[in-house]
Design a protein around this ligand. Structure first.
Ligand code: 4NP
Length: 155
């Protein structure tokens, strides 16, 4: 683990929610000049090596954030030592994360929206089978989380 705080965003496929979270977090951290290590992955291996969903790329781009260079990867046991915080999009992701966790791991595992006051315990809905409005909702959720994380890290 490095000195700077490290955050891993996790969803199912690593092509919609978690890469959008990674992009929103990178943007918020850069704007606030907060030095954080940021990554994303999926619990499933369906989209390893693939760029984010074109709808996720388009929505992030419309908000000024380029996530087209990200590539899908799957959660692995080493992530529990590499990252301080492992943040899941929904409760199913959270359960899947626990099945990969090695004994005695050090990472702090919770939901992404647990960092947003008033949204604790809430899931970020999967937009994969939805429409543009679902990607908008996802972007709003991950942006709020990114801003809340920046606020916390600034102390
Ligand atoms: P994500 O969305 O978990 O937000 O990346 C999904 C992407 C792909 C699939 C499911 C959810 N899939 O079944 O391929």
């Amino acid at each position: 683990m490095s000195d700077k705080p490290s955050i891993l965003f996790v969803c199912l496929g690593n092509i919609c929610r978690s890469p959008m979270a990674e992009g929103a977090m990178r943007d918020a951290a850069e704007r606030a000049e907060v030095d954080i290590e940021i990554d994303s992955c999926g619990t499933a291996g369906y989209h390893i090596g693939e760029p984010p969903d074109p709808r996720a790329i388009a929505y992030a781009r419309a908000r000024g954030v380029d996530i087209s260079g990200l590539r899908g990867r799957q959660l692995e046991p080493q992530d529990f030592e590499r990252f301080d915080f492992i943040l899941a999009a929904d409760h199913s992701n959270l359960a899947n994360i626990q099945t990969v966790a090695p004994a005695g791991y050090s990472a702090n595992v919770s939901l992404i929206l647990d960092v947003v006051p008033g949204r604790e315990g809430a899931a970020i809905a999967d937009p994969y089978y939805g429409g543009e409005e679902n990607f908008r909702d996802t972007w709003e959720d991950v942006s709020m989380a990114a801003m809340a994380i920046v606020e916390r890290l600034r102390g």
